[in-house]
Design a protein around this ligand. Structure first.
Ligand SMILES: C[S@@+](CC[C@H](N)C(=O)[O-])C[C@H]1O[C@@H](n2cnc3c(N)ncnc32)[C@H](O)[C@@H]1O
Length: 277
C-alpha cells in the first residue's frame, strides 16, 4: 500500500456516478436520531461500545447511503449486528416490501432483543444467532471463526456491512469473512467494512497505539485483550479483499488517526464485479 493511505483515501476503482441523496435524506437522518418512538435497548444491555446508540446508528445510515450507495430496495446482510444499532435506522430507510435485512451475531441477548422488538413490526428484518466462538463476545462458542459459512445461498445480498467487527477478528478469520462476503454478494453488490488499517504514514496523533502481533498482519492496541481493538495491515486487507474476488473501491482513513474524517474507524468499500460468477 502507498505511504499516503493514512492521510488520504485511496480510490482504486472509478467512482460510480450516483445521484447524491438530497434534503429529504437529511431530514430522515435527523428524524432517526431524534424520534423517541424508535426502539432503543435498555442502556445496561448495550454491549457494542460506548457512544450514543441513536447518533451512531444515524451516522452509519448516512455513510451507507452517501458512501456505500445503499438503495431502499436492496438486500442487506449485517455481519456482527450486535443489538440493532444499524438495524433500527435501516427500518426507516429500506423499502418494507422490496428491501430486506438479515443480521447475524454470536451474542444471544442482542439477537433476542432485535428479534422481539424489530421483526414483529418489520418482518423483512430477520436476526440469527450463530454460535461463533470469540474470546470476548462468545468465549464458549462451538464454531471457530475460521469455519464460518453463513447459511445463505450465493449472491443473496446487494450490501454487506461489518461495522466495528473486523476490529475484533484475527487475520485468518477476517480472510474467511471476506471470502464469505464475496460469495454472498450479487454482482454490483458492495461490502462496507470498518477496520483499523495499519500501514503507511502515521500522524503521531493516533488515539490507539497499535503493536504488531508477532510477525503477522495482525496488530493490537490492548495487550491483555488483543481482540478488543484489533488492527490489520492495510496491504493484507487490500490483498485479501481482492483475492476474495472483490474490487477495492476505496479505503478511507478514520479520525482514530487524529485527522479530520467523517467516521472513527477506517472504511473499506469493495464491490463485487458485475461480470463475476
Ligand atoms: C463492537 S460490536 C459492533 C456491533 C454492530 N456492528 C454495531 O456497530 O452496532 C462487535 C460485534 O461483533 C460481534 N462479533 C464478535 N465476533 C464475531 C464473529 N466472529 N462473527 C460475527 N460477529 C462477531 C459481536 O458479538 C458484536 O456484536
Amino acid at each position: 500500500m502507498t505511504a499516503t493511505l493514512a492521510l488520504r483515501p485511496i480510490e482504486t476503482a472509478p467512482a460510480i456516478i450516483h445521484p447524491a441523496p438530497g434534503k429529504e435524506f437529511d431530514w430522515l437522518l435527523a428524524h432517526v436520531q431524534s424520534n423517541l418512538f424508535l426502539p432503543h435497548p435498555p442502556p445496561e444491555s448495550i454491549f457494542v461500545g460506548d457512544g450514543d446508540y441513536r447518533a451512531i446508528g444515524a451516522e452509519f445510515l448516512g455513510h451507507y447511503v452517501r458512501i456505500g450507495r445503499l438503495q431502499p430496495h436492496e438486500r442487506v446482510l449485517d455481519i456482527g449486528c450486535g443489538i440493532g444499532r444499524m438495524a433500527v435506522p435501516l427500518t426507516q430507510y429500506l423499502d418494507p416490501e422490496r428491501g430486506s435485512y438479515d443480521g447475524v451475531d454470536p451474542v444471544m441477548d442482542g439477537i433476542l432483543w432485535c428479534a422481539q422488538t424489530i421483526t414483529p413490526v418489520y418482518p423483512r428484518f430477520r436476526f440469527q444467532r450463530l454460535d461463533i466462538a470469540h474470546p470476548l463476545y462468545n468465549p464458549k462458542g462451538s464454531l471457530p471463526g475460521t469455519e464460518v459459512q453463513f447459511g445463505f445461498p450465493n449472491h443473496s445480498f446487494d450490501f454487506i456491512t461489518m461495522v466495528s467487527v473486523a476490529t475484533h477478528l484475527p487475520p485468518d478469520e477476517l480472510t474467511v469473512y471476506l471470502n464469505e462476503a464475496s460469495r454472498l454478494l450479487a454482482p454490483g453488490g458492495r461490502l462496507f467494512l470498518t477496520a483499523f488499517a495499519i500501514g503507511g504514514q502515521t500522524t503521531g496523533q493516533e488515539r490507539l497505539k497499535f503493536k504488531r502481533w508477532q510477525d503477522g498482519p495482525g496488530w493490537y492496541a490492548i495487550e491483555e485483550a488483543p481482540l478488543a481493538a484489533a488492527g490489520i495491515a492495510d496491504e493484507f486487507l487490500l490483498a485479501e479483499t481482492q483475492k476474495a474476488g472483490l474490487q477495492v473501491e476505496s479505503l478511507r482513513p478514520g479520525h482514530w488517526r487524529g485527522i479530520s474524517a467523517a467516521h472513527y474507524q477506517d472504511l473499506l468499500i469493495a464491490t463485487k464485479p458485475e461480470r463475476s460468477r
